[in-house]
Design a protein around this ligand. Structure first.
Ligand SMILES: [Zn+2]
Length: 412
């Protein structure tokens, strides 16, 4: 309730780190609260990151350092200014009309997951803004678990690192993270949906840039000579299949290509695509197919020239996690210990965890309960948040239980 009232919206157009200075308002508050719990090793930096350590209290020597991570920013898609959270302490199953905009109605019909929260507490915004449960619920859950460890020193665990990141929503959550300083072997983001869900797979993602050079001649004397790059570009877009191979026609494990921007002048047109698939082979075949399609279109415009460039964006974290199966296995066990069923999910997108997994910290994503994210109808069940905090506690204990044996097997 407190964290969501602090405006931390990130800005996709900014080139600064953090993209918005106001994110640090929450970083500073979190650092203060962590110190208030009695945690002495707490650090914030100029980029808005917060690093903190809960020292090991287990006598075992070789327990890997585990990081729990959440992002402090909220999505640019929807206002995050003057968020007024409402705690509905007892949700009775009826429609909830949000007070600041009567057109915003939360109902079981549109959000069936609400049904599981009848008789329990939920938190909504007031109708004018998003709630920011993405990912301040993750922040709250990590803070709650930290407080639990500080107040219950008899619960054994290894060294725990806490990390709060800025700018996840604009794809820069790991841009300025200091992995050396973080010093964690494995990590978990708390940035997922329904209770029990565990995400160990993300898209692999590339950008593709098709540049078309036309042939430019004075338009008064251009007959039979001029080739307009904008028209060639339009023809390339028109040649894309209408009923497949796009975000609007795919789901589940299907990949796609998606034009996101076209810029140009008659002489030169640039089309930017995003390309997505769960497998690298799939990604590769999307590139080949897109390039072949562009080549065949451009050939119909003699004189026009096409260039195809690939930009790697992020990779499916599963390729890394499969090399360290205990990371996901322990998370499944921890979720089960809270009494929940594990729901394994694939994310049709990327997370900070996909980037962390490739820069040295294998990092699946654990639920917090957040629903209808990036919208005015965002909500979360307080019981789910409590279960997420419980999951962190069990997970830390499992790493401690397996401590020495696990590591000698792994040769770490
Ligand atoms: Zn998030």
């Amino acid at each position: 309730m407190r964290y969501v009232q602090i405006d931390t919206q990130s800005d996709p157009t900014a080139n600064t780190h953090p993209t918005t200075e106001k994110q640090k308002d929450l970083s500073k508050l979190l650092a203060r609260e962590l110190r208030g719990m009695g945690i002495t090793e707490v650090e914030t930096d100029d980029y808005g990151y917060v690093y903190a350590t809960i020292p090991a209290n287990s006598p075992k020597k070789n327990i890997p350092v585990i990081c729990f991570c959440s992002h402090i920013d909220t999505a640019p898609d929807c206002s995050g200014t003057h968020v007024k959270p409402i705690h509905h302490r007892y949700y009775d199953g009826k429609d909830i009309v949000l007070p600041d905009d009567a057109t915003q109605v939360l109902s079981i019909r549109d959000s069936p997951y609400l049904k599981q929260h009848i008789g329990h507490g939920i938190i909504t915004a007031s109708g004018a803004t998003l709630l920011g449960a993405d990912d301040k619920s993750g922040v709250a859950v990590v803070m709650e678990a930290a407080l639990f460890f500080m107040q219950n020193p008899a619960v054994p665990h290894g060294e725990i690192r806490i990390l709060f990141t800025p700018d996840e929503e604009v794809g820069k959550g790991t841009a300025k993270v200091d992995m050396q300083k973080l010093g964690a072997t494995f990590g978990y983001t708390l940035d997922g949906g329904s209770a029990g869900s565990l995400e160990d797979e993300t898209f692999s993602a590339d950008g593709a840039i098709i540049t078309i050079e036309g042939v430019i001649v004075h338009p008064g004397y251009a007959k039979g000579k001029l080739v307009n790059a904008l028209k060639v570009g339009g023809a390339v877009l028109d040649a894309l299949p209408k009923n497949e191979w796009s975000p609007e026609t795919t789901e589940g494990r299907e990949g796609f290509v998606h034009p996101v921007a076209m810029n140009g002048i008659a002489e030169k047109a640039i089309i930017q695509f995003i390309v997505r698939d769960f497998s690298l082979a799939g990604l590769q075949s999307h590139h080949e197919k897109l390039k072949a399609l562009a080549v065949s279109v451009v050939q119909q415009f003699p004189g026009a020239v096409m260039h195809y460039a690939v930009q790697e964006q992020y990779r499916n974290m599963k390729q890394v996690l499969d090399q360290h199966p205990q990371v996901v296995a322990y998370a499944e066990e921890a979720i089960q210990r809270t009494g929940l069923n594990v729901i394994k999910e694939s994310i049709r997108g990327g997370t900070d965890g996909s980037r962390f997994s490739y820069i040295g910290m294998p990092c699946p994503n654990i639920f917090t309960g957040m629903q209808n994210i990036h919208s005015k109808l965002e909500w979360i069940g307080t019981r789910d948040m409590a279960k997420a905090a419980e999951t962190i506690v069990h997970l830390s204990m499992i790493w401690e239980e397996r401590g020495d044996a696990q590591l000698s097997n792994q040769g770490i």
